[in-house]
Ligand binder design. Structure first.
Ligand code: FES
Length: 146
């Protein structure tokens, strides 16, 4: 086997393994956070985003919430320690429930895609997702459902 051929095969194998790793991470089950809902406000501890493994803390990019008054789950995204967003997982095209796939929210009905800020990446949906106001303090995240 020629050196160039060997390097091509090794490079392709490495890219395949990296792609498989990313795919497996995106397939991990979504985490539903515990929230205290009072009236039209939910309160979530920032600790709901923590994952502790072998003494090391890492952070989930998002958690999901079930809110009794809403017919769709809510995704609460963590961008950094003090920056969060909360979006209704309802496709703005015809109302299908969205799925989370890595950093993209996808609709299996007709293929629309949204980013974690709710912006449309791919139609047929044309409108941004419903975004709920979020505030934080040192320990908690507060989401206002209007
Ligand atoms: S309902 Fe989501 S793309 Fe049509």
């Amino acid at each position: 086997m020629e050196r160039n051929e060997f390097l091509k095969i090794c490079g392709g194998t490495c890219l395949g393994l990296i792609g498989m790793s990313a795919l497996l991470q995106s397939c991990s089950p979504a985490y539903y956070a515990q929230a205290s809902v009072t009236g039209k406000q939910a309160q979530i501890s920032k600790q709901e985003f923590e994952k502790i493994k072998k003494g090391e803390i890492s952070y989930r990019k998002f958690v999901l919430l079930k809110v009794a008054d809403l017919n769709y789950p809510v995704i609460v995204n963590r961008f950094d320690e003090n920056t969060y967003s909360a979006l209704l997982l309802k496709c703005t095209h015809q109302g299908n429930t969205l799925a989370v796939s890595g950093n993209i929210l996808t609709c299996s009905a007709h293929g629309s895609e949204f980013d974690r800020h709710g912006n449309v990446l791919q139609g047929p949906a044309a409108e941004k997702l419903t975004l709920f106001p979020v505030t934080t303090d040192e320990k908690f995240i507060y989401i206002q459902f209007s």
